[in-house]
Ligand binder design. Structure first.
Ligand code: HSE
Length: 321
């Protein structure tokens, strides 16, 4: 039996919610923007990496985050079995993992979250779901923190649960699903260069002014309120990032010009996806989304690895294929 799980790309921060808001996205043309991990029984543990971006990952399988996911999962299984103090519980099996690395690393599309979520969810499905969604999300956060150097759920939570997720400062909850704007298109443009999340976090100040703290709170609160009322004008009319975008713009060649162009073309909002360099533009007009995609293809991509996808919110999250 082989279990394969797909985990979708996501927009971390969604501009107004640094580290606390994330949205899963899927291309409207039906292509899979995300990673796939397959698990099958084997004589010994092994990891094979295939896919367009396989060559961007460490050549040693034990340096791959998917391998670390397997170790964490096995350790959690062993602890669960010990806690049950009985013959019940799962016996750890040797497995062959295959990571189909479809996502570019350091893209701002939640690439590491895609690998982590797909790997852990595939293992959980392989063992017939020994862990609850809450336990799974905690493990996913732990793995994401290992890669990016800080614990933030704004990619793993939407990647796992789908939709628009708001992080809650209660470890028993972690995340809540917000109503997303399902008639909106999110045009995602990955320029083909790499920006590490670690590096993009290091450019941020350690302290912010009182004015920025107030602006952040008010903007995020206004956005959440607008989601519940499905008020696009309020949601995107005040779509401003005071915490990260001003400091990260300089890491993204052409971002300022692209944002100005797309806003003047009528997009509702434009922002940095996660820590960049992917840019996203929001519109509820399909023709405008297609035009924005063409413009970005011609003006924002800087290497042959770049791509543009017209997406909508992915409300399903990680799923078995
Ligand atoms: N919230 C994280 C950051 C997302 O902006 O650093 C990383 O993709």
């Amino acid at each position: 039996m082989t279990v394969s799980v797909f985990a979708p790309a996501s927009i971390g921060n969604v501009t107004v919610g640094f580290d606390v808001l994330g949205l899963a996205v899927q291309p409207v043309d039906g292509s899979l923007l995300g990673d796939v991990v397959s698990v099958e029984a084997s004589d010994s543990d092994r990891l094979d990496v295939i896919g367009n971006f396989a060559n961007k990952l460490p050549s040693e399988p034990s340096d791959n985050i998917v391998w670390h996911c397997l170790q964490l999962f096995n350790q959690a299984l062993a602890e669960q079995k010990a806690a049950q103090k009985a013959a019940q519980g799962h016996t750890i099996q040797s497995v062959r993992l295959t990571l189909d690395k479809k996502m570019p690393v350091g893209s701002g599309l939640g690439s590491s979250a895609c690998s982590v979520v797909a790997a852990l969810e595939a293992l959980n499905a392989f063992y017939d779901k020994p862990f609850s969604p809450e336990q799974m999300l905690a493990m996913m956060g732990q793995m994401e923190a290992q890669i990016s150097g800080s614990l933030h759920y704004d990619n793993v939570a939407p990647c796992y649960f789908g939709g628009l997720q708001l992080m809650i400062a209660d470890p028993a909850i972690i995340t809540r699903t917000l109503p997303s704007f399902e008639d909106c298109y999110f045009v995602m443009a990955y320029p083909g260069i790499e920006v590490s999340t670690k590096a993009a976090r290091e450019v941020l100040p350690n302290e912010y002014s009182k004015a920025d703290a107030i602006a952040f709170g008010q903007t995020l609160a206004g956005f959440v309120d607008a989601c519940y009322r499905q008020d696009k004008q309020q949601a995107f009319g005040h779509f401003k990032d005071v915490l990260a975008e001003p400091y990260r713009e300089s890491l993204l060649p052409g971002f300022v010009e692209a944002k100005a162009h797309l806003q003047s073309a009528g997009c509702l909002a434009v922002g940095i996806s996660g820590s960049g360099p992917t840019l996203f533009a929001v519109t509820d007009d399909k023709a405008l989304a297609d035009n924005a995609a063409t413009w970005l293809q011609e003006n924002y991509l800087s290497t042959e690895l770049g791509f543009v996808h017209v997406c909508k919110a992915d409300t399903q999250g990680a799923r078995c294929l």
